[in-house]
Design a protein around this ligand. Sequence first.
Ligand code: ADP
Ligand code: ZN
Ligand code: MG
Length: 642
Amino acid sequence: MVRQKPNVNVNGSALNAGKSNTVRSTMFFFIMILFAVAIVINMNGKGTATKTEVPISEVIQRANDPEGNIAKITVSGDALEITLKGKDEPTETSRKDASGTLYDQGLKNYCDGMDGDELAKCQETYPVIEYKEDVNVWGAVLDVALTVLPIIAIVVFFSWMMRQANAASDKSLSFGKARAQLYGPDKKKVTFNDVAGNEAAKQDLTEIVDFLKNPKKYEKLGAKIPRGVLLAGDPGTGKTLMARAVAGEASVPFFSISGSEFAEMFVGVGASRVRDLFSKAKKNAPSIIFIDEIDAVAHKRDARGGAGREDEQTLNQILVEMDGFDNDSGVIVMAATNRVDMLDKALLRPGRFDRHVNVTLPERKDRLEILKVHFKGKPVEADVDLEALAKKTAGSSGADLANIANEAAITAARGGHKAISNADLTEAFERVAIGPERKSKVMNEKERKITAYHEAGHAVVGHVLPDSDPVHKVTIIPRGSTGGVTWFLPPEDRSYKNIYELKDILARAMGGRVAEKLIFGTDAITTGASSDLKNVAELAKSMIVEEGMGKELRNQVFPSEATGYYTIATSKPYSEKTAETIDAEIKVLADEAAKRAEEVLKANKKVLDKLAEELLAHETLEEKELEPILKEAKLPTVAKLH
Ligand code: ADP
Ligand code: ZN
Ligand code: MG
């Protein structure tokens, strides 16, 4: 495996869900339940006062007796309640035989056939028999529950829906409302001090901050306040951070939404969210709307086959809203993208995103500044050399560097150190670049030997070829998914590579496989070189297709899949014949690289043996230890290109 620049992914942060709403609606639900329980207890409560149970025979006998002192017998089902004369409430209970009425059981029809005064007189002497509907208490509870609970549930559900809809002014689940995040003054402010390097971009944005702070100053002079600012740059270069810093510096509300969120929406929802976002921003003006990863919705309308009806509506709505701004609306729309080339041109017209701020990968001194920002407040040993790390990390983004700083702290903590040492830093760097060291991975002696020759092959070829970067470190300790690593480091940052440098990169990548073949024979080639071969194939292809470095295809370049101009679904932007030529040209480059690696290693077999031997003995060799071994190696004329 050959490594030049770390290449890591950094996870984006997730949006918070609106928690307080759920808490409130849960409480509401509980109150309703308590209410229902209270009703049930209340109904049941009537029958719970203490009463004397009297045998039915005694009740009948007393009822038939004019002196029996019973005013009323209430019959519900088989249960009897007896109210004595002069009392308001029943004080005795009894139970009649289930098989018949009270009359069947001996009660006399004493007032039968009477009415008017006669009846009233009779009832003064004999008890009144009152029939209540057969109420089974628990059955009643069940009935009530079955009627009331669905109503409660519906009420709760609707009130929950209403709350969600209302609460959407902050965040959360409702459709059609912008799930925008608002960084109010209470949230931790990000300022330009948190953004290291990128002075040019910060300069441009300072102007925007001033617009937001003193709009009057510009209005008086009739200056048009910029409407849309597009931040363009590689992933992890700090675009999102920079947009938040603008809001922080200007102390204005910041409404942020990510283009990728639109992707998960139903038809029409994206557009309505855009409308909502803009209306909210206008209400809170001066304010900033930030559409992160805008390429997710605003890619060229024809670039992705038929995929984007919904995206198109969303994009159109953004355009409509931006056109509808008054000059003094006080809302500035910022957007960020990794892929300006992918954006729909309509978005870049005057009055829309007409200000472009390029955010670039940090140069060495900027990398140092970024590292300082991220090591601020972390305890470090005296030996920590951030400059050396800044030097090693050409091609890394701010996010990569932030990640290394964090990994270094984790590594130190894991090791039980009080402060971060340079060794922690190196480990973090390699971990981020390739993956964790895996000392526990067992390699048998044969495998270790093959790995040692493989890495030595990379190192010797890389060292000998004149346009390759110097070898920085070689190790046969497995890391990530690799058996070993050979690191090359450029002495300085460079923006361009010439064809000789690229060809040397191809040759040194082949060095591993070629060394294996040379030492162990053609039959012994292993799977250890697959990632090298993949890298060769990719680099060679881009040299031919994108850089015009082929023999035949020297004056033509073709947009590649990677740039998103076509997908497998659409056709390639070149003919079948050209495709064959491309394949042939790639093969020429790969074969040439293998041939050069072989010539170098054949001519330097002794150095190869020595280096492999040292690797087997020490596992890792740094620049200083490599130097005396490698300096014996010579460049054979056949491997020369110029
Ligand atoms: P982008 O939006 O360009 O992909 P981000 O703004 O999300 O990148 O950056 C991710 C993280 O990387 C930031 O939160 C920050 O910790 C770190 N970072 C990136 N660039 C810088 C920088 N110039 N200075 C300090 N930290 C940076
Ligand atoms: Zn390799
Ligand atoms: Mg971002």
